[in-house]
Design a protein around this ligand. Structure first.
Ligand SMILES: [Zn+2]
Length: 297
């Protein structure tokens, strides 16, 4: 995957990516957000906001300046993680535009302030002045994740489903590895020209990128299965016990996040009868303490 830092990553300064599409970067750079959250403005005379971003007053001002005197037709949210949707409240009040998105099935790790006027559904078409924008349900990173698809330009707005240079974390129970892979495969069928991710630059080799993501997940899955076979042959083990082996190529500082993805891989293996899960699913927001062992013959 390309990790090239592209030009134009200056906080608050709108960058024209192509006719009818601007990107405005929010000031929330970090290990999970790369240069920060990308907010996209789609349209010429009338704009659609895609992912308003974190609730930073400076970001709201930057967006209003970039929008200028144009009407805002809608505020689309790819999913409700705290770096993508919280500013929707502000932008809704400032512009009167409806918020379009869905609520998650499990609210841990999500922005509780998000309330849609229009609930996102798979295949919902929004008419922009640069062509139709179709919402595609892409659960996996989050249960309520949608990728808006701008077919006329072949551009997919991927939120956190596909990122530039990094692999998104899957956070069970709201995130789901089986769903994530199925959503990736769904996108592989599209005639993509570019992917506009929630973090990082425009991905101009989209099919190569999707294939690399699928391969990365399957490689990780194989490592998880191998770790399980070497450590849980006697008795079932905790997720933590498998972490050093299954993620030995990931810096220790990232293991807190990797634990979530590891759990997601184990639950997928259990769902396919390739592992056994012991214990009950935790309540919302509680740590998952289930144990995992080899499949029961
Ligand atoms: Zn996210």
């Amino acid at each position: 995957m390309s990790t090239t830092v592209q030009e134009g990553f200056i906080v608050g300064v709108p960058l024209a990516l192509m006719p009818g599409l601007q990107r405005v970067l929010a000031a929330n750079a970090g290990s999970m957000t790369g240069p920060g959250t990308n907010t996209y403005l789609l349209g010429v005379q009338e704009v659609w906001i895609i992912d308003p971003g974190p609730r930073l007053p400076a970001h709201a001002r930057a967006l209003m300046a970039a929008i200028g005197d144009r009407r805002v037709a809608g505020i689309v949210v790819t999913h409700t993680h705290p770096d993508h949707s919280p500013l929707a409240v502000e932008m809704h009040h400032l512009t009167g535009a409806p918020r379009i998105g869905a609520l998650p099935r499990d609210r841990a790790h999500h922005d509780a302030t998000f309330q849609p006027e229009i609930t996102a559904t798979d295949g919902l078409v929004l008419q922009t002045d640069v062509g139709a924008l179709t919402l595609l349900a892409t659960p996996g990173h989050a249960s309520n994740h949608f990728c808006p698809w701008w077919a006329q330009a072949g551009v997919l707005f991927s939120g956190d489903h596909v990122l530039q240079g990094v692999t998104p974390v899957i956070l069970p129970p709201d995130g789901d590895m089986s769903e994530y892979l199925a959503s990736l495969r769904r996108l592989q069928a599209l005639p993509l020209q570019a992917i506009a991710p929630g973090h990082g630059g425009l991905i101009e080799n989209p099919q190569q990128n999707l294939a690399a993501l699928v391969a990365h997940r399957l490689k990780r899955e194989a490592k998880v299965a191998l770790a399980l076979h070497s450590l849980a042959s006697g008795a079932p083990v905790a997720v933590e016990a498998l972490l050093p082996l299954a993620y030995d190529d990931v810096p220790l500082a990232m293991h807190g996040w990797a634990r979530h993805s590891l759990l997601a891989h184990l639950l997928k293996l259990a769902g396919e009868g390739r592992a056994t899960c012991y214990g009950e699913p935790p309540a919302t927001g509680q740590t998952d303490l289930r144990l995992f062992g080899l499949p029961v013959p």
